[in-house]
Design a protein around this ligand. Structure first.
Ligand code: ADP
Ligand code: 5GP
Length: 203
């Protein structure tokens, strides 16, 4: 059975990393796709855990070498998913969760048509701004730039398979967990196993 990809997108500060962090701990057989980025680490971010932090020059080399499944320029920095980081984890039989911008999500869907796209919305614009400012790890200019893009970004939710609201954290984590459980129970995924146990096609 092949690995299932789950893409999580949403405006900056909506809570994607927070949700993913909890989901990874709660859901068995799920790995996190560690992206490469040219932006510097923020707060307590650790190289090789939250991102692979690389210089812009190195990122450009990797693009030229065809190292990325997808990459995009987001808020003036490069972000991308390398074939190597994805393949390593998929070879271990893990389903993968990816935190991607809108363009990245679109590109992943082109490569992997059965990828499940989940969009996280804030309960309100005021709350989103509060969270972005409250994170206190970005400077004011960065926050301003991210807020400017919010309206355009929110529109993208129409192209996703699922939409969840991150109002209460435990609720949204439960919802994402339920989406994953439901996808794992799809007939297309369970039938091969069922046929191994029961002679279904011969009944
Ligand atoms: P993103 O990865 O989408 O940019 P983060 O996960 O870094 O966002 O979250 C941004 C801020 O919002 C963090 O300070 C986080 O603790 C806070 N946060 C996340 N979810 C909630 C929630 N449901 N209620 C209140 N604050 C939240
Ligand atoms: P941040 O700087 O807040 O960690 O991420 C900024 C944006 O980049 C978010 O919208 C996040 O989803 C996106 N992002 C993170 N990693 C990748 C990636 O590998 N590819 C793409 N396309 N976007 C990414």
């Amino acid at each position: 059975m092949h690995s299932q990809l789950y893409v999580i997108s949403g405006p900056s500060g909506v809570g994607k990393s927070t949700i993913i962090n909890q989901i990874i701990k709660k859901v068995k057989g799920l790995g996190y796709s560690i992206s490469h980025t040219s932006r510097p680490p923020r707060g307590k971010e650790v190289d090789g855990v939250h991102y692979h932090f690389v210089e812009r020059k190195k990122f450009r080399h990797m693009i030229d070498d065809g190292a990325f499944v997808e990459w995009a320029t987001v808020y003036d920095d490069f972000y991308g998913t390398s074939y190597a980081s994805l393949k390593d984890r998929m070879d271990q039989g893990l389903d993968m969760v990816m935190d991607l911008d809108i363009l990245g999500a679109e590109n992943v869907k082109k490569h992997f048509m059965d990828a499940i796209l989940i969009y996280v919305l804030p309960p309100s614009l005021e709350e989103l701004e509060k969270r972005l400012r409250g994170r206190a790890t970005d400077d004011k200019i960065v926050i301003g730039e991210r807020l400017k893009k919010v309206q355009t970004e929110l529109k993208a939710c129409v192209g996703y398979d699922y939409i969840v609201f991150n109002k209460d954290l435990q609720t949204v984590v439960h919802e994402v967990e339920s989406i994953i459980t439901s996808v794992r129970c799809l007939k297309s995924k369970q039938l091969p196993l069922a046929e191994k146990i029961f002679p279904i096609s011969r009944i």
